[in-house]
Design a protein around this ligand. Sequence first.
Ligand code: DOR
Ligand code: ZN
Length: 352
Amino acid sequence: MCNASVIMTQTLTLRRPDDWHLHLRDGAMLEGILPESARHFARAIVMPNLVPPVVTAAQAAAYRDRILKALPASADFTPLMTLYLTEETDPEDVTAAFANGIAHAVKLYPAGATTNSASGVRDFDRVRPVLEAMAEIGMPLCVHGEVTDPSVDIFDREAVFIDRVLEPLRRAIPGLKVVMEHITTQEGVAYVRSAEAGLGATITTHHLIINRNHILVGGIHPHYYCLPVAKRELHRLALREAATSGDARFFLGTDSAPHADAAKESACGCAGCFTATNTLSILAHVFDEMGRLDRLEGFTSLHGPAFYGLPPNDARITLRKGDPVAYPAKIETGAGPVTVFDPGFPLHWHIE
Ligand code: DOR
Ligand code: ZN
């Protein structure tokens, strides 16, 4: 018999999570959206695809200072910086940045693959000395894994990248630690599982929720457009299985990527889903649905630090299941409003 006065409260306590792939931008946008990540996350790997990109250790240190300055006074948040790999990147600058803690990883964008990737890599031979130096010191390479060959269908670009670029690269430099960022396919999941060591993958929140129908059915939905683009349902299911499997090679990187609404709702809209605000409530929903709440902490708070060789956070957060969570539809910033990712269903997990 249903007794309305008996309301099951479910709570879950986790080590404070980290976001292993985050776009914070700069200036007014940075100021507007940074509190959304700092509220729940202790640390984040910060992407370097600014204009101009963050290439050198000095640029990363200056960007880190701007982020720290933009933080709300009460925040406890540490940005972990990355360097944008170009064909001119100096191996000595990279190794020094890693040694003195200025940079935790290097980001590889194939030139032209995504937002602000024009300065990325065209000829992989030209970055080999940097990659070899990184392998020697154990510095991770974060990879945007999509080919840019115009003859390759956009839905196949991740799978083709694995065969054409990633596998040959990992064979050529066997000691290199690689993170396949924001994997979107069952091929990506399988490739990570097939690797013996030194390969991890981040999975975003939104790729656990949407498939390509969300972008295209019933009109074009620009706030679901991101890169790599969401794929077929079978791929989404493979990602959900991987994220909730407990396999430490998979960890959270939200790829929360703010663009002002005017830049998204346009004839040529920018790629990026902004999930910082409701990511943890969505993830709890997914793990709950999969009957795997016990594995949420691994995905959000343990596997990432282990891969990066950092201790997990000591602080804890508590999640409580209850009435629908209220969160803003948009974050107002000095650079314009930013629409918060809409999972399409009410969220019930509150972060206390
Ligand atoms: O959707 C995306 N947005 N994918 C990326 O790779 C870049 C990001 C951005 O910077 O907006
Ligand atoms: Zn990204």
